[in-house]
Write a protein that binds this ligand. Structure first.
Ligand SMILES: NC(=O)c1ccc[n+]([C@@H]2O[C@H](COP(=O)([O-])OP(=O)(O)OC[C@H]3O[C@@H](n4cnc5c(N)ncnc54)[C@H](O)[C@@H]3O)[C@@H](O)[C@H]2O)c1
Length: 251
């Protein structure tokens, strides 16, 4: 039970990668706050966690709202006594060619994917620093530019995920001296609703041809990496990103 008695908040945990992280953390002994815009789905995830013998708490939280984030952190601490782990997972994609990309699309994507991570990290760090222990794990993407992999029509998403890498290293510099390690995970194509949105059926074989593993990743394969990074075993890892892409970036 590598996360026994740890308290974790997972954003965007109603489905997909966030749901898998919440469940794997609960199996590893963590008390889990399952948060998302979709509260009914969060409650279903918590029910599954409790049916399996774990403990969870569903909280509706829009990561664009500082007030909702502060309420979420307060509720987590009131319920479970502390906050040890934050997984900044909430994210949106929304493919748009550049010439059709509106300022609203840009602001929404950067607001959820990047500013949301900053706001959640700041609120969480206020709890973690006095306790001299914490883990902040930011979910990035191999669609972050500068790594030899490019996907069309996602300039806004790519910029947000590049920002996640910068944010991760900057936060690590400030927080690691206080016992709070900050890392990122950059998934390749993982089999979720977001991936389905990203690729038309006729593109699937073309994408798969570039993945040496020969298949898309499963959300649990990202979740197990998050559990490792959140654990004591990862005590000397901070400031870096782990790529979980079935080998795509080496092609
Ligand atoms: N699936 C992939 O192939 C893939 C690849 C690389 C990175 N990622 C990243 O992994 C993370 C999870 O993606 P997923 O594939 O599980 O996607 P998903 O669409 O299945 O789940 C994303 C969740 O985030 C929630 N969300 C959206 N806006 C929110 C907001 N403002 N506040 C709170 N919650 C919000 C959604 O309601 C949803 O439950 C994202 O950050 C995504 O960018 C996914």
């Amino acid at each position: 039970m590598q996360l026994e008695n740890r308290v974790a908040i997972i954003t965007g945990a109603a489905r997909g990668i966030g749901e898998a992280i919440a469940k794997v953390f609960a199996q590893s002994g963590s008390l889990v706050v399952v948060s998302d815009l979709e509260i009914d789905e969060c409650r279903q995830v918590v029910k599954a966690i409790e049916d399996a013998g774990g403990k969870g708490l569903a909280i509706r939280c829009d990561v664009r709202s500082r007030q909702e984030i502060e309420n979420m952190v307060r509720q987590a601490v009131d319920t479970f006594g502390k906050l040890d782990i934050l997984v900044n997972n909430a994210g949106i994609l929304g493919r748009r060619p550049l010439l059709k990309l509106s300022e609203e699309d840009w602001d929404l994507t950067l607001g959820v994917n990047l500013k949301g991570q900053f706001l959640c990290a700041q609120a969480a760090a206020r709890e973690m620093v006095p306790n001299k222990w914490g883990r902040i794990i930011n979910i990035g993407s191999i669609s972050m530019g500068g790594c030899g992999m490019a996907y069309p029509h996602i300039a806004h998403y790519t910029a947000s995920k590049a920002g996640v890498i910068g944010l991760t290293s900057a936060l690590a510099l400030e927080l690691t001296p206080h016992g709070v390690n900050v890392t990122a995970i950059c998934p390749g194509v993982i089999d979720t609703a977001m991936a389905a949105e990203a690729k038309a059926p006729e593109q699937i074989d073309r994408v798969l041809a570039r993945v040496p593993a020969g298949r898309f990743g499963q959300p649990e394969e990202v979740a197990r990496v998050a559990a490792f990074l959140a654990s004591e075993e990862a005590s000397y890892i901070s400031g870096n990103a782990i790529i979980v892409d079935g080998g795509w970036l080496v092609t």
